[in-house]
Design a protein around this ligand. Structure first.
Ligand code: PEP
Ligand code: MN
Length: 362
């Protein structure tokens, strides 16, 4: 199902609508000084939209949870002094009221909020009749319907300046990422709602500075509209997400290094080579998964044959398989030679697996 949203450009004067749209600022507004100093440095480097968390969702109690409403006037000062747009995260009705009262320009829904339709609906109801841009981060789990659902709930009450933010997905196992990018999810979002702007948040995907450039470049190669990146005047001293925050100079260096490629090929196609390559990668992953599944079944058959003392190679069955696959290949535009090579290789691998099982000790 394709979603038809009523959308308007995210921002008006002051911010050019060319890619990439860059939003930067600290994970949290920690003090008036830190908020303003970071903003000044970023503004000097040409950043036009400033992010800073005021209410921080923390996984475990006891960590720095943000200064709350007390920090909102600091953002007002940022706006007055630098002319930047200011953005904060809202997670409940109170946050929305306070942020609107303080003249905040842009709101964002964090990953934990997007995952909760009750919270999203309450926020949407509070925003009815308000004309403000809202960024919607993906839910912590890779559930595209939940992500689209949050965007729809906001659009239904009349929020037209909407933008999705890809910040990766929670993982249980240790990984090089803090949140797994699973690029196929934002790619699918773009396929389903091509007109919805899409940003990438490499900071929360990476969890550390090291891979931020790489992930940002990948996002731009996948035709994202921009980036939201954490930057702190003194990252080592940051009260939250210290490892992943860049200082303004590091951010500037990365932004200068990123290559922005044309979103469209000369023939007007909106699909970039990188997008197609990403799709190929996803398909190859599935092919490998399917091979793995097939070999597990072959192993089970191997065990059965061993128990019943049956020979591995059943020539008649193999002949039938090959003929059936060759016929099927014809209907799918796959050449005989290709199908034969592939299935002979698969068959050989199954035999190898079964041979191993047959000959291992009980
Ligand atoms: C943040 O942007 O600082 C934040 C808490 O992000 P997320 O909701 O993506 O975890
Ligand atoms: Mn953060």
């Amino acid at each position: 199902m394709n979603v038809k949203l009523e959308l308007e450009p995210l921002l008006s004067e002051g911010v050019p609508s060319v890619r990439p749209l860059i939003i930067a600022g600290p994970c949290s507004a920690e003090s008036e000084e830190q908020t303003l100093e970071t903003a000044r440095a970023l503004s000097k480097n040409g950043i036009k939209i400033y992010r800073a968390g005021v209410w921080k969702p923390r996984t475990r109690p006891g960590a720095f949870e943000g200064h709350g409403s007390k920090a909102l006037p600091w953002l007002k000062k940022v706006k007055e002094e630098t002319g930047m747009y200011v953005a904060v995260e809202v997670a409940n009705v109170k946050h929305v009221y306070e942020a609107l009262k303080a003249g905040i320009d842009i709101l964002w829904l964090g990953a934990r909020t997007t995952a909760n339709p009750f919270a999203v609906q309450e926020i949407a109801d509070t925003l009815k009749g308000v004309d403000i841009p809202v960024l919607v981060k993906n839910p912590i789990n890779p559930d595209i319907e939940l992500w689209i659902g949050a965007i729809e709930r906001l659009n239904i009450v009349g929020i037209k300046k909407l933008c999705a933010v890809h910040r990766g997905f929670s993982i249980y196992e240790k990984s090089v990422y803090r949140n797994n990018p699973q690029w196929q999810v934002p790619i699918e979002l773009k396929r389903r709602i091509p007109e919805l702007p899409l940003l990438c948040d490499p900071s929360h995907i990476c969890g550390s500075k090291e891979k931020i450039y790489e992930v940002s470049q990948e996002a731009m190669d996948l035709n994202f509209d921009g980036l939201i990146i954490e930057s702190h005047i003194n990252p080592e001293k940051a009260l939250s997400d210290a490892k992943q925050q860049l200082n303004p100079k590091e951010l500037d260096d990365i932004l200068k290094k990123i290559i922005i490629r044309k979103p469209k090929a000369e023939n007007g196609s909106i699909v970039t080579l990188e997008e197609l390559r990403a799709e190929i990668d996803i398909i190859d992953d599935s092919v490998m998964d399917i091979f793995e599944r097939r070999m597990k079944i072959a192993d089970q058959i191997g065990k059965y044959k061993k128990e019943k003392n049956i020979a591995i190679l059943q020539t008649q069955r193999w002949g039938e398989i090959l003929n059936k696959r060759l016929e099927m290949g014809k209907t799918k535009g796959l050449g005989n030679e290709f199908v034969e090579i592939i299935f002979k290789a698969i068959h050989q691998e199954s035999i190898n697996h079964q041979n191993k099982i047959m000959n291992e000790d009980k």
